[in-house]
Design a protein around this ligand. Structure first.
Ligand SMILES: *Cc1c(COP(=O)(O)O)cnc(C)c1O
Length: 362
């Protein structure tokens, strides 16, 4: 089996070690020091300010998005959301279900986000910007500097879902003045699914601490902050994934650090894109692409979803199909995870086999 999906990804052997060894009960000094060490390392990897809080939630990434809406925004805040695909739309529906006021910058598929798109929304009206820095449903990577300037000029909180960005493209909380960053275990980190991470700047921490209690007490960040002091969480954390995280942090450090990991992902994406074009395939190029994935685009008459199924059933190869209208047009090929250039050569070969079969069956 070979996995080219954005998450879960093709696993790294270091994470399997955790389960071979087994892991013990967690309300101990040893587990606390593992947690504190993970937090110190994650702060560096996210370029988060000293004094930032790192919250570990036993939920997938969407749980963290909901927890952020619940804890970091007040009823009186109006937000602006970049809605460029499935994950932008998810922020909108979370805000709606929490009864929060917002406007959205709606991008049709294929359009790049520009400063003009933002400037249509009047200044002084919005308290926060919510954005999925990488809109993983299309692969568009928004310009962090542009969004950062926009928030700074307008004094808005800058709330970033970096689930598709962290460890796939450059990400830096301090450089861009990011108040909240969300990451998730199964994407760039390459761990098992089931844990999400929220980093909060000191100024956002202060805001959360002075806010009334959130709707969901399971997600009450104040309780997580209190427990962070002793390296614990208020409820049972995803213990296995916390151990995986520690192994992965060590593995990344031994292999040249975050920069080397980013370069590896970027090399794989560049290699795949060149090879794909050379093989007569094409990908969507109407907007800046993240390194996490390539959105392969198929011509009319070829059903992308059929290729997805054929790769899975006949070759045990997994790529990401798209949802909704794009499902027949686009396949997403991920470049994060324990894959090599040779794996991408093989993938292209197999996609060509699928295409020949589909064409000859017509
Ligand atoms: C994967 C992802 C999520 C989280 O999805 P879950 O299925 O809840 O893990 C959120 N935002 C982005 C940008 C993602 O890529």
């Amino acid at each position: 089996m070979k996995i080219f999906t954005v998450g879960p990804v093709q696993p790294y052997p270091v994470t399997a070690r955790v389960y071979e060894r087994g892991y013990p009960y967690f309300r101990t000094d040893e587990f606390s020091s593992l947690m504190l060490s993970n937090t110190r390392n994650l702060r560096k990897m996210l370029a988060a300010e000293e004094g930032s809080e790192i919250v570990y939630l036993a939920s997938s990434g969407t749980g963290a998005m909901e927890a952020v809406v619940d804890n970091c925004l007040m009823k009186s805040d109006k937000s602006l959301v970049i809605n460029g695909g499935t994950f932008g739309a998810r922020f909108c529906s979370l805000l709606r279900s929490h009864g929060m006021d917002f406007d959205s910058v709606d991008l049709p598929f294929g359009k790049a986000l520009t400063r003009e798109d933002l400037d249509k929304f009047s200044a002084g009206k919005y308290r926060a910007l919510l954005v999925n820095m990488t809109e993983t449903s299309t692969g568009q990577l928004y310009c962090a500097q542009m969004l950062s300037d926009f928030c700074r000029e307008r004094g808005m909180f800058f709330i970033v879902d970096a689930i598709g960005t962290f460890l796939a493209d450059e990400f830096n909380m301090q450089k861009y003045g990011i108040d909240v960053a969300i990451a998730s275990s199964q994407k760039g980190l390459g761990l098992s699914p089931g844990m999400s991470i929220v980093a909060l700047s000191p100024r956002m921490k202060e805001r959360v601490e002075s806010a009334p209690p959130p709707l969901y007490s399971y997600f009450d960040f104040k309780e997580y902050f209190k427990n962070n002091i002793r390296g614990q969480t208020p409820f049972t954390p995803a213990v296995g994934i916390i151990y995986e995280l520690s192994e992965m942090i060590g593995f990344i450090a031994e292999n040249g650090g975050v920069c080397a990991r980013l370069e590896e992902v970027s090399n794989k994406s560049r290699y795949f894109r060149e090879k794909a074009l050379g093989a007569g395939l094409d990908y969507e190029r109407g907007y800046p692409l993240s390194n996490i994935l390539t959105p392969l685009k198929f011509e009319d008459g070829i059903d992308a979803y059929e290729i997805f199924k054929m790769l899975k059933d006949d070759f045990q190869i997994y790529v990401n199909p798209c949802g909704g209208e794009l499902s027949k047009k686009i396949l997403r090929v991920a470049h994060v995870g324990n894959t090599s250039k040779a794996d991408f050569d093989d993938l292209i070969e197999k996609i060509l086999v699928c295409l020949r079969r589909i064409k000859s069956a017509k």
